[in-house]
Design a protein around this ligand. Structure first.
Ligand code: ZN
Length: 98
């Protein structure tokens, strides 16, 4: 099993409607040694979320943030900003200030 697929298994439910994810709606936006960023679209409610999956010594931590960005838009935004330790916070701020 590929690592990113393993990480994705941690994100099994839509945070909004609790439907089980159909992972065919998932795109990997960014990936590095310890972090993977996914864009997921729920097949039930069509809500999109950005999911940050980070591996640390404590284990795998996943954080899903609801977004109205399409996977394309999210890719553009993430592409502009090099991922750093504050990227999740920055993304969060960005989404809240829209
Ligand atoms: Zn949903």
């Amino acid at each position: 099993m590929r690592e990113q697929e393993h990480n994705l298994k941690n994100l099994t439910k839509c945070p909004l409607c609790k439907a089980k994810y159909d992972h065919s709606g998932a795109f990997v936006l960014q990936e590095n040694n310890s972090r993977t960023v996914f864009h997921l679209t729920c097949s039930e409610c069509q809500s999109a979320v950005l999911a940050f999956v980070t591996e640390s010594k404590q284990g795998v931590v996943s954080l899903a943030v609801a977004t109205d960005l399409s996977s394309k838009e999210a890719r553009v935004i993430l592409g502009k900003n090099a991922i750093g330790k504050d990227d999740v916070l920055e993304m969060y701020k960005y989404l809240n200030n829209k």
